[in-house]
Design a protein around this ligand. Structure first.
Ligand code: NAD
Length: 476
């Protein structure tokens, strides 16, 4: 059985812990028990990491595409070799079922291999000029990156935060969530073991506000990459603006799902229900607001409730578990509050709406329907295992509801009508749209939002370009 590892930071390739530093208790969300003590950075640790990152950038900006690709491919191979251990550690600290953690790891493998190929495709261009003159446009790495990764994808978020800067030729200081440190350290260790120079990527942990103010306050850092809530994202974007640092902001969403009356309802439910309860709904692209055409509303709602009741909830390491606990003590409390407030405002609770047991952070798969639009849960990302299902008359009304909120990360639509599919693709304000599918990502595809869901992309060629600046050189 996988042991939960000893925890540390990685600064200049050195495992840093102890020395009277403050610590953070990492909790197994399936039991509520502490499983590790994480050292937190002091100001001196962050200063050291910054000085090393400046050196790391000077080394890595001169690396060849072959060197960068070899590191990324080597790390991908090591992740495959270590897959079972890494996935079990992710389940221990985040709670998600082991097979979900393993898929997450495989997505990192795919992303690192894709980025390895991108290293060779960072072309500039030559402009047409009269003979004797030359003008070229080239892409250069932006500089040292400060990257903040949240806890909901303990392996995948660090994979994105590390992979793109490394492919682009930047150095990076990553602060992954204190709640899921061992998974993040595992991903970084694969890169270091694959030959990444120790100065190029480092991992610190700390009091989030202390670390972000310190790193973003330094002129060494030239780019901020953040995944997390819109509230924190806006705060960090302001800090970054003080020094005009580049930003990639992957923030919250409130995924609308438009279900029209020309669909096979059972087929939609077979995709939508597992999609909703994946990782306990703690997914930024989670399908959340089900906007259902009135003729199929009751069948859809009742079918959802029936399937939600059948979801097997348990410890993510137990075979057959379909939904684990929520990741931390804050989440069941937040979901409980939002569901309670919606019910007070007249929403109907179809199933769920309560915690399970008093050990760990388990919550029932829940369904609310006929929810007034002014209920908080219809406006705030619930980030939990609750589906919100409301009836609507027709296409215009449904699109208006999809676009009602300031969020625009992922949206989904189910309809057989080809012309309508194209209208929806054009009209829905969202960074990603799934039509008759919940698969809205891929290593080669940009992942990111619009409006309050942020800006910039991760994954795809865009993910690497987001870590680069453009330079035009004109020779007379
Ligand atoms: P939170 O908003 O306090 O934290 C979200 C993430 O940001 C965490 O990883 C946290 O460590 C980090 N963070 C917080 N303050 C920071 C700071 N000053 N500097 C740098 N990083 C900071 O809340 P939470 O309770 O962890 O999560 C709640 C909400 O966050 C959810 O409801 C959801 O909306 C959002 N969230 C979004 C994603 C995503 O994938 N977009 C992931 C996790 C959480």
């Amino acid at each position: 059985m996988t042991q939960y590892p000893a925890l540390h930071m990685i600064i200049d390739g050195e495992k840093v812990s102890g020395g009277g530093r403050r610590t953070f208790d990492v909790i197994n969300p399936a039991t509520g028990e502490p499983i590790g003590a994480l050292p937190l950075a002091e100001a001196a640790d962050l200063d050291r990491a910054l000085e090393v990152a400046a050196r790391g950038f000077r080394i890595w900006r001169k690396s060849t595409p072959q060197e960068r690709a070899a590191v990324l491919q080597g790390a991908a191979r090591l992740m495959l070799e270590r897959a079972d251990d890494m996935a079990r550690i992710a389940t221990l600290e985040e709670g998600k079922p082991f097979p979900e953690a393993k898929i997450e790891l495989m997505m990192n493998v795919g992303l690192f291999n894709f980025y390895a190929g991108e290293c060779f495709r960072l072309y500039g261009r030559e402009l047409v000029r009269p003979e004797g003159q030359r003008s070229t446009v080239r892409y250069e790495p932006v500089g040292p990156v400060a990257a903040f990764a949240p806890w909901n994808f303990p392996l995948g978020n660090p994979g994105r935060k590390l992979g793109a800067p490394i492919a682009a030729g930047c150095s990076v200081i990553m602060k992954a969530a204190e709640e899921t440190p061992a998974s993040a350290l595992g991903v970084l260790q694969c890169l270091l073991d694959a030959g990444l120079p120790k100065e190029v990527a480092q991992a610190v942990f700390g009091v989030p506000d202390e670390v972000s103010r310190h790193l973003l306050g330094s002129p060494v850092i030239r780019k901020l990459s953040f995944t997390g809530s819109t509230v924190v994202g806006k705060h960090l974007a302001k800090l970054a603006a003080e020094d005009m640092k580049r930003t990639t902001m992957e923030l919250g969403g409130h995924g609308p799902v438009l279900v029209f009356d020309d669909v096979d309802v059972d087929q939609v439910l077979n995709t939508a229900v597992p999609g909703k309860y994946r990782n306990c709904g703690q997914v930024c692209v989670s399908p959340t607001r089900f906007i259902v055409q009135e003729d199929v509303f009751e069948r859809f709602r009742d079918g959802f409730i029936e399937r939600a009741r059948a979801v097997k909830v348990g410890d993510g390491l137990e075979e057959g578990t379909q939904m684990g606990p929520m990741a931390n003590a804050r989440r069941p409390e937040a979901v409980d509050r939002l569901i309670g407030e919606a019910r007070d405002k007249g929403a109907k609770l179809g199933t769920g709406g309560a915690r399970i047991g008093n050990r760990g952070f388990f919550y029932q798969p829940s369904v609310l329907s006929e929810i007034p639009l002014e209920a908080q849960i219809m406006n705030e990302e619930p980030f939990g295992p609750v589906a919100l299902i409301n009836p609507f008359r027709g296409e215009d009304e449904m699109i208006a509801e999809a676009n009602r909120l300031p969020y625009g990360l992922a949206a989904y639509a189910w309809t057989q009508d080809g012309k309508r599919q194209r209208r929806l693709a054009a009209e829905i304000e969202s960074g990603m749209v799934g039509i008759n599918s919940h698969m809205i990502g891929g290593a080669d595809s940009p992942f990111g939002g619009v409006k309050w869901s942020g800006h910039g992309s991760e994954d795809g060629p865009e993910g690497v370009l987001a870590c680069m600046v453009v330079k035009a050189v004109h020779e007379g």
